[in-house]
Design a protein around this ligand. Sequence first.
Ligand code: E4P
Length: 220
Amino acid sequence: MKFFVDTADIHEIEELAATGLIDGVTTNPSLIAKSGKEFVPLIKDICKIVNGPVSAEVAATDFETMRKEAEVLRNIANNVTIKVPLTPAGLKLCKLLSHDDTKVNVTLCFSAAQAILAAKAGAAFVSPFVGRLDDISMNGMQLIEDIVKIYKNYPAYKTEVLVASIRSPMHITQAAKMGAQVITAPPSVIQQLFKHPLTDQGLAAFVEDWNKSGQTILKD
Ligand code: E4P
C-alpha cells in the first residue's frame, strides 16, 4: 500500500519524508491557501523533497481555463500529478491528459458511479473522500469496498483507488484490508500509526533493564 501525505506544509512533508515511508503528496486549494505560500513555487519545492507523485489541483472549473492551468502545473516537475474535480469538464481534461501520458488524480469522488467514470477517463488515481461521507452519516469505507470490487471486475482499468479525507488510523487499516492501493492522510494521522501504548511501555522496560545490566553495544 502506498502512503501519500495530505498537506502543503513543507516542514511536515520534510519530517515525514525523512522516515522513508512516504510515497507521495496530495494538496488541494484549501491546503495551499492554508500554507500562505505561492502555489507554483511551493509545488516545485515539494517535488524536490518527494520523488513520488505530488498532486497539484487546478483551480478553475471551466474546461479551457483548467486545461491552461494543467499545462502550467505539469511543467513544474516530472512527478506532478494533475488533480481535477469529478465534473464533466474535469473528466474531459482527465481523458485528454491521460492520453498524453500525464498522470491525473480525479478528486471529490463520492459515489461508485463517479469512480467508474474516472476509470473510463483514464485517471491514474481516483480519490473517494471517506471522512466527508462519514460526516454526513454515510459509510465512507463502504464506498471504498465497492470501488475496489468494481475495478477488479475490469482488469483493463488502470486507475488506483486513493483513499482520501482520512480521519483516523482505522480508515487506513480498513482500506488496506479492502485492497485499496493508496491512502492519503494528514500528517497527524500518519504520526498516530506509529503509536501503541504497549510499544512505549515495553521500550521503557527494555531501556531500564539494559541500563541496569551495565552493558554497552558500542565499544569505543
Ligand atoms: C484529498 O486529496 C483531499 O486533499 C483531502 O483528503 C480532503 O480531506 P478533508 O475532507 O479532510 O478536507
